[in-house]
Design a protein around this ligand. Structure first.
Ligand SMILES: Cc1cc2nc3c(=O)[nH]c(=O)nc-3n(C[C@H](O)[C@H](O)[C@H](O)COP(=O)(O)OP(=O)(O)OC[C@H]3O[C@@H](n4cnc5c(N)ncnc54)[C@H](O)[C@@H]3O)c2cc1C
Ligand code: FES
Length: 264
């Protein structure tokens, strides 16, 4: 098995909000929207992160500080070394035509990369719905504004845009306009609700799933989903409507570090 590992210094660190930072690296990564890398912080092991941007010479990930690994990363400075292997996983299909993206919380990084790619491919019409708890938690509001034909915002507390969820806004958008394809990335319960709406309108959709990943390359079995043994790190993380039908875990349960199944 080929292992594309690069050891690189952190090139820039941008604070998105108090708990989210975008880390960029100078290096070539032949990645497509939806893919992820395994990032090593020496002394803390290796963890998966979605790619939020790539160009000819650099790439970046937006990361939330949630535990020991990310906490150590947040203590690091520009110039300190990490190691990256990848990219891994299945990409978004990147259908053209009229496209709706629905994002929630800190799962929007792959949608930012997707918007950039769709725009450069000359997509006919692109709407993004970006949801978060509060205005402070919203990611990439200016970027989506620039890259999409329509950029809508929903916050739970109404501190920016529509007061409600991104799925509420999705229903409003679909009642007004026709779309050919929907791409969804957010907390799993939010994605489950969004899938229900996409089904009502009979529009093809893809979701971005996360499970506990240790190897990222189909070897360890930690990301396998029930009941059919779907290997998310290789057959996902982007899952289309046909593959999703077989995944009883979706929106219901997941396996943690030890492999034990627990409710979401
Ligand atoms: C394909 C994929 C893409 C991801 N992209 C991003 C991203 O763009 N930005 C981001 O901030 N986070 C992303 N994550 C989640 C990220 O991997 C975890 O937040 C990180 O591993 C937490 O490590 P920790 O030691 O800081 O916290 P921990 O205390 O270990 O965990 C905090 C939470 O993260 C989950 N988690 C921990 N380790 C993993 C792991 N190896 N795989 C999956 N979940 C884990 C735990 O179940 C727990 O809910 C992604 C996960 C996957 C599977
Ligand atoms: S993370 Fe090891 S098989 Fe998927």
């Amino acid at each position: 098995m080929k292992c594309d590992r690069q050891t690189l210094p952190i090139a820039t660190i941008r604070e998105e909000n108090p708990s989210l930072r975008t880390f960029s690296f100078k290096g070539k990564l032949n990645a497509q929207p939806g893919q992820f890398v395994m990032l090593t912080v020496f002394s803390q092991g290796e963890k998966p992160f979605s790619i939020q941007d790539v160009d000819d010479r650099s790439f970046s990930m937006t990361i939330k500080n949630v535990g020991p690994f990310t906490d150590r990363l947040f203590q690091m400075k520009v110039g300190e070394l990490v190691s990256v292997r990848g990219p891994y996983g299945k990409t978004f299909s990147e259908k053209q035509g009229r496209v709706l993206m629905v994002g929630g919380g800190f799962a929007t990084p792959p949608l930012r990369f997707l918007a950039k790619s769709l725009k450069s491919a000359g997509v006919e019409y692109l709407t993004n719905i970006n949801g978060a708890r509060t205005a402070t938690d919203l990611l990439y509001a200016d970027d989506f504004q620039e890259m999409c034909d329509v950029s809508l915002v929903a916050t739970d507390d109404g501190s920016m845009g529509y007061k409600g969820t991104s799925v509420d806004l999705m229903e409003i958008a679909l009642a007004k306009e026709k779309y050919d394809q929907i791409y969804i990335s957010g907390p799993e319960k939010m994605m489950k609700a969004a899938v229900k709406v996409a089904k009502q309108y009979d529009i093809p959709y893809e979701v971005n799933l996360e499970r506990y990943m240790k190897c990222g390359v189909g070897v360890c079995g930690s990301c396998v989903m029930d009941p059919n043994g779907f290997i998310l790190c290789m057959e996902g993380p982007i899952v289309d409507q046909d593959a999703l039908k077989g995944l009883e875990d979706f929106g219901v349960s997941h396996r943690g570090k030890t492999g034990r199944l627990s409710p979401l």
